[in-house]
Design a protein around this ligand. Structure first.
Ligand SMILES: *Cc1c(COP(=O)(O)O)cnc(C)c1O
Length: 424
């Protein structure tokens, strides 16, 4: 006999076992969401810029400083051992999150930006030569453009760019034609933060490997929305940020294949990354510590692990289904707003909707929505080449997390109708 499940607007049944997604229960975990802004309930729709933190993450930071704080990897006393163990458990948690083969392949960083810069600086400086080619894409975040520009300029290498079409999808034919024996490195974003496009990552990696190039993936937008398996992807480097996946700012992780990390020189010099130092010669530490100079963001690593656990408990199939529902609902309703055009209409999209309103500047849209308690992002979203491609200076962007609701989307749409009326 079929199970019957009672549902209201706020719960949806997902999958074979009909696991219920109860958004109100999830919202209860996020203290910041329950406040009024300009007298209206906060609708936080800027999750692509940073995500909010569940209480378990906030509590982990507080608990660390109240009960565990000590410098790690050095002390022989109890607290230092506790802190070291908590930090190394967090690394194991990141390993499991990415399905990496070993914790030696997990380097804690300040975020995706630092992860990409680490690869450009260390792998790039050692292995990219004059005349080599590095491929990026038009839709990349500035964090995945500028480090490669700096590297190519320094080395006399060529930066090649995969263009995007009118929907905001990568032009895969163009990518194929850019690949050659000269291609040494391909770096691209898993999911676009300004367009929402989910790139065909397996295919891009496979094609790069066919010409012997290594692949660096900027996963800052993927971690909050979709599961990542670095072994299945066979990706060489994968970077993400804690703060986009419900963890703290100033912490993130970089996965790198052990064979590359072993062959790469250190990124920064200092304490913790050495085995022994004399004034004549330094012996570097083993992986992953070789790439972790100085006292790290210990509480950040521990709290980020809590965030990854939290996401894992909700489950990606549930998150993807619910967010897809939000995306479809928002896309449909926004298209009915007078003079509104969605920028980024790829077939496979994460829950990010960029749009422009005829004759209203995005900055004005954002300011008026703020008066309604609705937080969206306006500007170029650190993707100026995307704006140039669509011949616009900026967009307004609503980006949803699993704690957002259809009611918030209704309020967004209602507020936009109001904006249109104001500017008529
Ligand atoms: C946010 C973001 C980054 C930068 O991440 P930080 O944590 O700010 O360093 C890079 N790429 C994409 C796609 C992003 O969305």
């Amino acid at each position: 006999m079929a199970e019957t499940i009672e549902m209201d607007d706020r719960t949806i049944a997902i999958g074979k076992n009909h696991k219920l997604f109860d958004v109100e229960r999830i919202r209860a975990d996020f203290p910041i969401l329950h406040q009024r802004i300009h007298g209206k309930p906060l609708a936080y729709l800027d999750n692509a810029a940073t995500s909010q933190k569940p209480k378990v993450v906030i509590d982990a930071i507080s608990h660390y400083y109240q009960a565990q704080n000590a410098n790690i990897h050095r002390g022989v006393y109890y607290l230092s051992e506790v802190a070291t163990q908590a930090y190394e458990q967090a690394r194991e948690c990141v390993r499991s999150f990415l399905n990496a083969a070993s914790t030696e392949e997990i380097i804690f960083t300040r975020g995706a930006t630092e992860g990409i810069n680490l690869v450009a600086h260390s792998y790039g400086r050692r292995f990219i030569q004059q005349g080599d080619e590095v491929i990026i894409t038009t839709m990349d975040h500035h964090s995945n453009i500028v480090p490669w520009q700096i590297l190519c300029e320094e080395k006399g290498a060529q930066l090649r760019v995969v263009p995007i079409d009118d929907h905001g999808e990568l032009m895969m034919d163009e990518y194929a034609s850019l690949l050659s024996a000269k291609t040494k490195l391909v770096a691209f974003g898993h999911i676009s933060n300004s367009l929402g496009t989910i790139n065909p990552i397996e295919k891009i990696i496979q094609m790069a490997h066919q010409v012997g190039a290594v692949v660096v993936v900027d996963g800052a937008q993927a971690a909050p929305h979709t599961p990542i398996d670095v072994q299945a992807l066979d990706v060489d480097f994968y970077a993400f940020s804690g703060h986009k996946v419900f963890g703290p700012t100033g912490i993130g992780a970089l996965y790198g294949k052990e064979k590359w990390l072993d062959a790469m020189p250190p990124y920064q010099g200092g304490g913790d990354m050495i085995k022994s130092v004399t004034l004549e010669k330094t012996i570097y530490n083993d992986l992953p510590y070789k790439f972790e100079a100085g006292t790290p963001h210990i509480s950040g690593g521990i709290a980020m692990a809590k965030a990854l656990d939290y996401v894992g408990q909700i489950g990606y199939p549930q998150i993807e289904a619910y967010e897809n529902d939000l995306l479809n609902c928002a896309t449909e309703a926004l298209q009915k707003v007078d003079g509104l055009r969605i920028v980024g209409t790829a077939q496979h999209k994460a829950s990010v909707v960029s749009f422009v309103l005829e004759s209203v500047h995005p900055h004005d849209v954002g300011t008026i929505l703020d008066r309604e308690g609705i937080a969206i992002r306006t500007g170029h979203h650190c993707t100026q080449p995307v704006m140039d491609r669509f011949h616009i200076p900026a967009t307004s962007r609503a980006s949803f997390a699993f704690y957002n609701t259809k009611e918030e989307i209704d309020r967004l749409v209602e507020a936009l109708h109001k904006v249109v009326r104001m500017f008529q």
